[in-house]
Design a protein around this ligand. Structure first.
Ligand code: NAD
Length: 267
């Protein structure tokens, strides 16, 4: 299967190159790597960029030939770039695996349109563990109901600028889905001072920041006399790249549509 990576100079882009180049035994071949115009890595060998041996694929700045040639393109870039890439994926009938976060409603609509022509797999967290955690949280929330208070705790490195994390919010949505309520109506995203007692049915969030923590998430179901805690800890960003390659392999030969990692894992 022929792979391309867009945004290949980024932190995730380099991880994705590495994952594709080290997955030859699974039938993966890197055919192109694209960085933004003016990038200092244009013309560099993609293997070297990934910290591996040269692979004879040079970094280009034009994504059009890549989307025409590749079977699948892995995209962890920016919302504006991803929107443009999804139109190219639709034209080329190329599988588009999207890890980019912060997409607007307009961007999401554009993806839905593109997905009429080609398979798109999109997830704010491509790790297999977090995908499983989301499914487990939904299941547990459905079984335990409102009598168990849901609190979601996350910790990330000191450079992270937003809170709660996108993954914490996705876990909140999973809990809300299990209870058949809308997260927006139940979320309590911060507490300070005289907050009053906890409201029944609330889904609470707490964020810790420090050090080089890649991403820890715990969902707590606190009842009378017992507490159930489900935890995921990421120790490296390679888990997201591994999930992305797995998603592309899964999407090969599928009908056009907008899929999630839960579809990939058949959850
Ligand atoms: P980064 O800033 O290191 O990399 C983004 C790269 O995209 C940059 O190199 C930038 O030059 C490039 N880019 C932007 N526009 C482009 C264009 N038009 N053409 C080609 N390249 C372009 O950021 P990062 O840490 O690698 O994260 C990238 C995205 O992936 C973010 O949205 C982040 O939140 C998301 N992310 C998702 C997951 C997941 O599992 N879904 C995991 C980690 C990060």
């Amino acid at each position: 299967m022929k792979f391309g990576v867009v945004g290949c100079a980024g932190r995730m882009g380099r991880m994705l190159l590495r994952e594709v180049l080290t997955s030859r035994d699974r039938g993966c071949e890197l055919v192109g790597a694209v960085a933004r115009e003016g990038s200092s890595v244009l013309g560099h060998d993609a293997g070297i960029l990934a910290g591996l041996d040269p692979c004879n694929v040079r970094v280009e700045d034009d994504p059009v030939p890549l989307f025409a040639d590749a079977d699948a393109v892995l995209d962890f870039t920016t919302p504006t770039a991803t929107r443009r890439f999804s139109a190219l994926a639709a034209q080329g009938k190329t599988i588009h695996v999207i890890g980019t976060t912060g997409l607007s409603d307009g961007d999401e609509n554009a993806l839905r349109k593109a997905a009429r022509h080609t398979p798109i797999v999109q997830a704010a967290n491509m790790s297999l563990g977090v995908t499983l955690l989301e499914a487990l949280v939904e299941r547990v929330a459905r079984t335990l109901g409102d009598e168990y208070d849901v609190e979601i705790l996350e910790m990330h490195h000191r450079r992270k600028v937003d809170a709660p994390s996108g993954t914490a919010l996705a876990l909140g949505r999973a809990a809300a889905a299990g209870r058949e309520v809308a997260l927006d109506e139940k979320a309590v995203r911060s507490r300070d001072g005289q907050t009053g007692a906890r409201e029944a049915g609330a889904i609470g969030f707490a964020a810790l920041r420090g050090g080089d923590v890649v991403g820890d998430h715990t969902v707590i179901f606190a009842g009378d006399g017992e507490r159930l805690e489900l935890t995921h800890k990421a120790s490296g960003r390679d888990i997201y790249a591994r999930g992305a390659v797995r998603a592309a392999l899964w999407a090969h030969g599928r009908k056009p549509g907008l899929y999630t990692m839960r579809d990939v894992l058949d959850l």
